[in-house]
Write a protein that binds this ligand. Structure first.
Ligand SMILES: Nc1ncnc2c1ncn2[C@@H]1O[C@H](COP(=O)(O)OP(=O)(O)OP(=O)(O)O)[C@@H](O)[C@H]1O
Length: 626
């Protein structure tokens, strides 16, 4: 809740006709309508991952090659009738010929049959390692990254320990203890590489957990499981796939290495064992190195290329193409919820002696909000103002129940529509968020998940919180977009966040906040990131929502111009305390507290505008000669 305390918006009661807010980016060129598009909806390019991979030359080539290798290995009995273990010493080192397309090895065994059957153990073993590593590493990484805490600390310690172990020594020890079976060694390898998956997933999830759009999803009432499935896994997906391909290559290489060193089982034909045998006869028949070498090289190379292609494909999430902008339609929002039963304190929101404290790393406690009393009636807009660090955000987050780690409400009471929030179990608090109290954050763009279209981000809470079916949720989301005056809602519904303007993103967030008919809206600097004209529109929109729906709004802001324009009452905070409350007129015209006067003094709107900068003659000459 910072930035631009001097921007003042006044006189927005009569908002001019909607200005030219940047429309959804239109990509020129006709795009044929896709099957399934409802009538009137602009056509859109819709291709899945497979389609995009098919158009990626390296991706398609490597995928086809891998597929052929896997198919050949699986269909070995159909491709060759030779027994991979049957030897005929008289035919040792025989050249390719009828019945033996690749010839015979040093023991007179069919090379093609050994390659095909050997691939089963090599690829199967690598797949087993991957499954073990995924099963152990990914869920643990997700949990540790998302939740942190003791599990994260213990898992981190354990992972460091496993990673410090020399893999080859552990594999040799595993072989000695568990026996020389390839599958057992691959299980051990899976355990050894699981920490790399853990670290990868944990790191990404810990980053994403702090993203504003994850907070926004939490505030909109989604459960942790839903947030992880929807917003977190999608971020992990691409790096995980790349890691998978790399680890598959590593597993194949390590297994071949063990066999090559003669440490494998030796009983079954694997590519590594073939390489070992060929190496022993390199002087006599160097060509024997070629086939297992080719199989290993092609498989590992294809895996790496496929990983790179998949990364490209997953990162390019497609584009939304649209046609003309249709006429703006403003629809009324759904019927407002019935008015709240009057609470004991007669308010929609009521804070009594609210104190918030943080536990610092050195173990001490720091109180940042020192016991404040505040009431907000239904249909009222209350401005919570104060200098930076005065405790506005902590107060708002206490109401939403989303104080950051280490922060707790240490004293007092917070009731929202009659429900005591302090000490409320998280599950019940989550049920209130979105449906009773909603939140509009300050940075609209950061609060939208870049991986999903606007429509899907609106539909999700409607389905999970209100239990609507997909089609109903879609209709409702479009109504909401219309209600917040988005031109061409259908197109915005299909757009990704990067394809809309900041003003439109803020409208989308307001639509999202209104989606479950809340009674209280907490708006955190909702206009800070917007230009003055769009600010005025957003304020007019909030005013309209209040008038139509009796919505109570707690507006957290630095901007006294916004307060003058929109708020009925103002509460001023300073140093974690409430220093002054009153009607907007009282507080702005006759401030009693010195910190309120300081805030008002900081407003520059009465200062004459500075003349545009002009280069001095000396500077102009210098520039010209430079
Ligand atoms: N995670 C934290 N750990 C410790 N102290 C914190 C933490 N977050 C905030 N604080 C402290 O709480 C106090 C109030 O912060 P808050 O974010 O509520 O201020 P604010 O009025 O919203 O400021 P701004 O308008 O700049 O966002 C500040 O002194 C800040 O240093």
């Amino acid at each position: 809740m910072s930035e631009n305390p001097h921007t003042v918006v006044r006189g927005t009661d009569t908002v001019p006709a909607r200005p030219t807010e940047t429309p959804v980016t239109a990509v020129p060129g006709p795009v044929p309508p896709t099957a399934g598009d409802p009538p009137g909806v602009p056509p859109r390019a819709r291709t899945g991952i497979t389609g995009r991979l098919a158009r990626h030359p390296l991706g398609a080539g490597s995928a086809v090659l891998l597929l052929l290798i896997v198919l050949a290995v699986l269909l070995a009995p159909l491709l060759t009738s030779a027994d991979p273990s049957a030897s005929s010493l008289s035919g040792a080192f025989a050249h390719p010929g009828a019945g033996h397309p690749l010839g015979l090895d040093s023991a007179g065994r069919d090379i093609l049959a050994r390659l095909l059957y050997g691939g089963r153990e090599t690829l199967g073993g690598a797949a087993l390692s991957l499954v073990i590593a995924l099963v152990l590493g990914v869920p643990a990484g997700l949990y540790a990254g998302y939740r942190g805490g003791l599990f994260d600390a213990v898992a981190g310690w354990f992972v460091n320990l496993v990673m410090a172990l020399p893999a080859m020594v552990v594999l040799l020890a595993g072989r000695a203890i568990l026996g020389p079976r390839v599958w057992v060694l691959m299980v051990v390898l899976g355990v050894l590489v699981a920490p790399s998956f853990f670290r990868l997933v944990r790191g990404i999830v810990a980053d994403v957990r702090g993203e504003l759009y994850v907070d926004a999803a939490r505030v909109s009432g989604l459960s942790d499981r839903r947030i992880v499935a929807r917003h977190v896994l999608v971020v992990v997906r691409a790096p995980l796939i790349i890691q998978l391909a790399l680890v598959a290559g590593l597993a194949i290489g390590l297994q071949a290495g063990l066999e090559f060193l003669g440490i494998g089982s030796g009983s079954s034909p694997t590519w590594g064992a073939m390489l070992d045998e060929a190496f022993k006869n390199i002087q006599r028949a160097p060509v024997l190195m070629l086939w297992p070498g080719l199989a290993l090289g092609l498989t590992s190379g294809a895996l790496v290329l496929l990983a790179a292609a998949l990364r490209d494909v997953l990162e390019d999430r497609g584009t939304t193409r649209g046609g003309r902008t249709t006429k703006r339609a403003t629809a009324p929002l759904p019927e407002p919820a019935p008015p709240a039963a009057p609470t004991e304190r007669g308010a929609l929101l009521s804070l009594r002696d609210l104190a918030v404290s943080y536990t610092l790393p050195d173990g001490t406690t720091k109180e940042v909000v020192h016991g404040i009393d505040l009431d907000l009636a239904p249909g009222e807009i209350l401005g919570l103002v104060g200098e930076s660090g005065s405790g506005k955000t902590q107060t708002a987050f206490s109401v939403l129940g989303i104080l950051p780690d280490g922060g707790t409400v240490t004293r007092g009471s917070v009731t929202v529509a009659g429900t005591e929030i302090v000490g409320l179990p998280e599950k019940r608090h989550r049920a209130l968020r979105g449906s009773v109290v909603a939140y509009v954050p300050q940075e609209p763009m950061s609060n939208l998940d870049p991986a999903f279209t606007i429509g899907s981000q609106l539909v999700e809470p409607l389905r999970t919180v209100l239990g609507l079916r997909r089609a109903e949720a879609r209709t409702r989301a479009l109504d909401l977009l219309r209600a917040v005056e988005i031109p061409d809602p259908e197109r915005a519904f299909r757009a990704y966040p990067h394809e809309i303007s900041g003003g439109m993103a803020q409208r989308v967030l307001i639509a999202g906040a209104m989606s479950c008919d809340p009674r209280l809206l907490i708006a955190d600097e909702p206009t800070t990131a917007l230009d003055v004209r769009v600010q005025a529109e957003i304020l007019a929109l909030l005013r309209r929502l209040r008038e139509e729906r009796g919505l109570g709004i707690l507006l957290v802001t630095h901007n006294l111009g916004v307060v003058a324009d929109l708020c009925d009452r103002v509460a001023v905070m300073s140093g974690g305390r409430l220093v002054e409350t009153g009607t907007a007129e009282q507080v702005l015209h006759a401030p009693r507290d010195p910190s309120t006067r300081a805030l008002l003094d900081a407003v520059l709107d009465d200062v004459p505008a500075r003349a545009p900068w002009q280069p001095t003659p000396a500077a102009a000459t210098k520039d010209a000669t430079a």
